[in-house]
Design a protein around this ligand. Structure first.
Ligand SMILES: *Cc1c(COP(=O)(O)O)cnc(C)c1O
Length: 387
């Protein structure tokens, strides 16, 4: 282990080149005109939104975030490409969104009216040369039953009204798949069909959108016909798979989670380990303490279930995962050769050691979760080290 990292209890290594190469691999499957939106919400799925956005800026055309604060963070770091907020924004932030060129998702009439009013207020303060039109993206609900307009006749009329509001520019329209990562593409294709029919209705009414988009990572990799004008890449950028069914493209996980052994001790047979004494040494055992716990995002559900890699061998987590520490039975490896485990040895929680690899997918599934939640859950106090 590099000496300097012993300063940290644990850390997340983030390989920015892996993120770049994952984008390039997905883009190989895209038609030439299709734009790429890098989804960097939730601090770049835990990888660091600003660092990721900077590292991929020459490869993408758009960024997507979940909150206005996430969008403003990009602007504060001189990231100027278009940013789309995918979710709710409080009306008090509309002026700030307009001034920063941050695109809002419009899923009902009141958002558009509020934005238009905010635009007028800005013009009355600064003059019309100073304030650009507010580009918006209309959200259509084709099967998620989350935010969005229903693809109905009534919605066509509402969208016409929105298009006529002063200060509003219809830049994009999008929908989101509920099942793009399914075993079959049937349901996603149904949603795509609904979306396309709605787009034709809008076009017949004179409503045109330069950026029509619907594909997330799963659809961008498996549904050629869903690419439209832009794809929104989240999980695949980070080298993780949307589900076990979507593994067409070999991706490289960008994050590994590492720590080190801070104490090794021998305990006699019959000695309990951890809160609640849920594990008892069946024989004389060697226990290593790792300074990583559920407050770091290492799920408590991994108590007596998880495993780690030390020196190219796999060892089980024993007892309950504590808030800031956990214990590992290093008496005998589950896999790999192993040797004597010593204080200071590097511990791989997710990532490679020798021939062995622990994926975010397998470890999160053991805890009853999934890879998206695992990487987003690596807490703020875990330093990210960039390569
Ligand atoms: C999070 C999100 C995405 C990215 O999804 P991945 O499965 O991570 O690629 C795309 N679109 C919307 C609307 C999202 O909320």
């Amino acid at each position: 282990m590099p000496e300097k990292y012993q300063y940290y209890r644990l850390w997340a290594d983030v390989d920015l080149n892996a993120i770049r190469s994952n984008i390039l691999k997905v883009q190989k499957n895209l038609s030439e005109h299709v734009r790429t939106c890098a989804v960097v919400k939730a601090d770049g799925y835990g990888h660091g939104a600003v660092q990721v956005a900077e590292a991929v800026s020459d490869l993408v055309d758009f960024y997507a975030v979940a909150t206005i604060e996430e969008g403003l963070e990009l602007r504060e770091h001189q990231i100027w490409k278009p940013v789309l907020v995918l979710g709710y924004v409080h009306p008090s932030m509309y002026e700030s969104a307009i001034m920063n060129g941050i695109r809002l998702t419009v899923y009902d009439l009141s958002i558009a009216k509020g934005l238009s009013a905010a635009h007028e207020r800005l013009i009355s303060q600064a003059g019309s040369e100073q304030v650009k039109d507010a580009p918006i993206h209309i959200k259509v609900d084709t099967g998620m039953s989350r935010i969005g307009f229903f693809p109905s006749r009534e919605s066509v009329q509402v969208l016409k009204e929105i298009a006529s509001l002063p200060g509003i520019r219809m830049e994009g329209i999008f929908t989101h798949f509920a099942n793009a990562d399914d075993e079959t593409t049937e349901r996603a294709l149904d949603q795509l069909d609904v979306f396309r029919r709605f787009l034709s209705e809008l076009e017949a009414e004179g409503l045109h959108f330069p950026v029509r988009h619907c594909a997330n990572s799963a659809a961008a990799t498996c549904l050629q016909e869903a690419q439209l004008d832009m794809v929104r890449l989240g999980i695949s950028m980070y080298g993780l798979y949307p589900s076990c069914y979507v593994r067409q493209i070999p991706l490289e996980p960008a994050m590994s989670l590492r720590s080190h052994v801070i104490m090794v001790k021998k305990i006699p047979a019959g000695t309990p380990v951890g809160y609640g004494s849920t594990w008892t040494a069946p024989e004389e055992s060697v226990i290593a303490t790792i300074p990583t716990g559920y407050a770091d995002g290492y799920n408590r559900g991994l108590s007596n279930k998880g495993y780690v890699l030390i020196g190219g061998a796999k060892y089980p987590v024993v007892g309950r995962v504590c808030m800031d520490q956990m214990m590992v039975d290093v008496t005998n490896p589950l896999e790999g050769k192993g040797g004597e485990v010593r204080e200071g040895d590097e511990v791989i929680l997710v990532g490679r050691s020798g021939d062995l690899y622990i994926t975010a997918e397998e470890i999160s599934e053991l805890a009853g979760s999934f890879n998206y939640e695992f990487v987003c859950g690596i807490s703020k106090r875990v330093p990210r080290i960039y390569h």
